[in-house]
Structure formats: C-alpha cells, structure tokens
Write a protein that binds this ligand. Structure first.
Ligand SMILES: Cc1ncc(COP(=O)(O)O)c(C=O)c1O
Length: 358
C-alpha cells in the first residue's frame, strides 16, 4: 500500500481568506490542526493494523499547546533528556514516557526517574552506571544499538552508523562489555536503534536485517524493540506496506513489542512560517524580497567558507552546494582572492582594505 498524497501545496490554507492571513501578526508559525490530525490518523492506522506503538519524538516537535490534538493518536513521548521527559510527563501524564540520552548526568538521574518509564542507554558503561538504579525504580531499561548499516549518503556527520560514531553500541563493544561484566544483559528489557533520517521503509528493512544479523541472538529475551525515528511515514508516497511488514514480522518472530519514535512525521506539512514582504528590489538579474523574518539558519542564500584560503575545498563544495560560496578569512594577498574565485567562490570577503579593489 502506498499513500498517494493528492493535496495541492498549501492545501491546509484553503479555508483561510487572504484577509484572515493578512490579519496575522508576522512573523509567526501557523499550525494546521486538520493536517496534524490527518498525520495522527495515519500513524494511528499503522498502530492499529500492526499492534506497534508510536511515540512523539519531542526534539522535532515540542509545541505542547497542540499535544491535546495529537494525544488520541500517540502512545507516548520520546525525550532526549531531562526537560523533554518532564514536558511529556506534565503535558501527557497518562502516556508512556521514553527517554534516550547519549549520556545521563548523575545529578539529574534521580529527577529523571520521576518522569520516565522507559530509559535507553547509549553505551554499556552508561547501562552499568545507571541501569541498576533505573531497574530498582521499576523502569524498563534499554540499550541503543549501532547496527553499523549506513543507509544515508552525504551526511556522514549526522549518520549514527558512520565510522567512529558515538551513537549506539556496536556488537564488538557489547561483546567486550559482557565479557568484563557478565551480569550486564540481565539489566536489559529492550533494544533501540535510530539510524534513519527522512527515509522510506526500504531503508528500515535494510537496517532491520542488519540488526538481526548482528544482534538477533539478543532479541528473543527482550520485551521491546524501538526502531527509532527518521521514518517519513506521513510523506506522500511513503511505502506503508513495507513498514508494516517490518513491524509485524519482527513482533511475530521475536515476541517483542515494537516501538517507533518519529518526530517530523507527526508534524510534516502541517505548518507554515508566515511572513510579510516588506520591500522588493532588483539588483541586476536578481529579484529580491526583504521579509520580516530570516530563514538563514535553515536555508542560507549563500555560505561563507572560513578560511577562504582553501581553494581545493572551495572547488569541491562549489560543485556540491546549491548556493553560492563566499570565501572569507585569512586572505592576505591578491593571490588568495584569485585562487578562491577560480575555485568557484562567488566573491571574497576580507577586512584587508588594500584588497578591496582587486
Ligand atoms: C533518538 C532519536 N529518536 C527519534 C528522533 C526523531 O527523528 P525524526 O524527527 O527524523 O523522525 C531523533 C532525531 O534526531 C532521535 O535522535
């Protein structure tokens, strides 16, 4: 089953008149409750058909004013630390409260135990340090795995399976830890992995096969397996059938409760950044609009490379990036400027006044 999204762009705004839009104070985020509900219904459908549980990863969407809109569809919240866990507890107290953090702080852990009911550790050493206290407090304890299966290209620094990743436990790390402390596996109720980002279910199927190949022997004694986030389930044309096969196959084979913890999928296409055009200009062939907000952090118009004296890097990036590059920093003579421009920089920025006329 593939979900065909036939909504035209900005469909959610169809019922808003221009006058109503114009009356909004800008800049503002406009959330569309109908679209949030539509995402929720889709995610609820997956849970109803497969028996899995889907959490809201709050790092992607923590707009708690609309948690009541999503509440009927979600099984619980996922937090990346103490304060998100507290947010989940305060706003959705009747729901499950899961937390994963790369490392917990000793001075916060007792407070975290008041909020979270599922606590996932990143490493065997964190599991050994905090796992016994979590178990003693009646929590369900998990370990994040690194299945060493990259399904993303061009994002090595964001890829939890990239060589040298700090996220998740590899099989070699687990085996060494268990050899040193054979009681470690007893602490575990579940396993967790999070390796996807805005991906379809084919990447999940590949990853699941890698998890089985590396950690399949641990799964039969687990109560749950959390497949993390990064599933773009509410995206048009997402392959729901493959997702559901992955979930039901895993639950049947290993007797585990499957969890998913997407963030973006809950809010996808359900909001708009509303801005006002304050002025329009034309500079040469470039048409410009001046807005009362900035998206610079997310979608830069241009990227500045520092130092600007690395023509090899400028050349490599200018072929890959969709926006122009400015070379800046440590540029001391004409040769630096010419090399940067020849390598593909749009222009150079320097405080060295003698170079301004070059
Ligand atoms: C551990 C964990 N779970 C879930 C998510 C949510 O991912 P997404 O918003 O891409 O679904 C993230 C995002 O970084 C994450 O790190």
């Amino acid at each position: 089953m593939r979900l065909a999204d036939t909504r035209p762009p900005f469909a959610g705004l169809a019922n808003l008149s221009e006058a109503a839009l114009a009356a909004l104070p800008t800049p503002c985020y406009l959330l569309d409750e109908a679209q949030l509900r539509r995402n929720g219904e889709l995610l609820l459908g997956v849970q109803q058909r497969t028996g899995c549980k889907i959490l809201l990863a709050q790092k992607a969407f923590s707009n708690f004013n609309v948690y009541p809109v999503l509440a009927p569809y979600l099984a619980g919240t996922e937090a990346s630390g103490l304060y998100e866990s507290r947010l989940g507890k305060e706003e959705l107290p009747e729901k499950e409260n899961h937390v994963f953090c790369a490392a917990y702080r000793a001075d916060e852990f007792a407070e975290l135990l008041q909020y979270a009911d599922h606590i996932v550790f990143n490493s065997p050493s964190q599991l050994a340090k905090f796992g016994p206290a979590a178990k003693a407090a009646g929590k369900s304890v998990g370990l994040r795995l690194n299945p060493e299966c990259s399904t993303q290209e061009g994002h090595a620094i964001y890829d939890p399976c990239a060589p040298g990743s700090r996220l998740g436990t590899t099989r070699a790390q687990w085996d060494a830890a268990v050899q040193a402390d054979p009681a470690l596996p007893e602490l575990l109720d579940g396993l967790h992995f999070h390796t996807l980002c805005e991906q379809d279910a084919d990447a999940l199927a590949l990853t699941l096969a890698a998890v089985e190949a590396k950690f399949g022997d641990l799964l039969p004694r687990m109560k749950w397996l959390n497949l993390g986030g990064g599933h773009h389930i509410t995206r048009p044309d997402y392959d729901l059938a493959t997702l559901e096969k992955c979930i039901t196959g895993t639950q049947e084979k290993y007797g585990v409760q499957v969890y998913l913890e997407p963030g973006e999928a809950w809010a996808l296409n359900a909001g708009y950044l509303v801005t006002t055009v304050l002025d329009t200009l034309q500079n040469g062939q470039t048409h410009l609009a001046i807005l009362d907000m900035s998206a610079a952090c997310h979608t830069p118009d241009v990227i500045e490379i520092l130092p600007g004296t690395l023509p090899k890097i400028i050349e490599k990036l200018s072929g890959k990036l969709p926006v122009p590059l400015i070379a800046g920093g440590l540029m001391t003579d004409k040769c630096d400027i010419v090399s940067a421009l020849q390598a593909g920089a749009l222009c150079a920025s320097t405080s060295e006044e003698t170079l301004w006329e070059v």
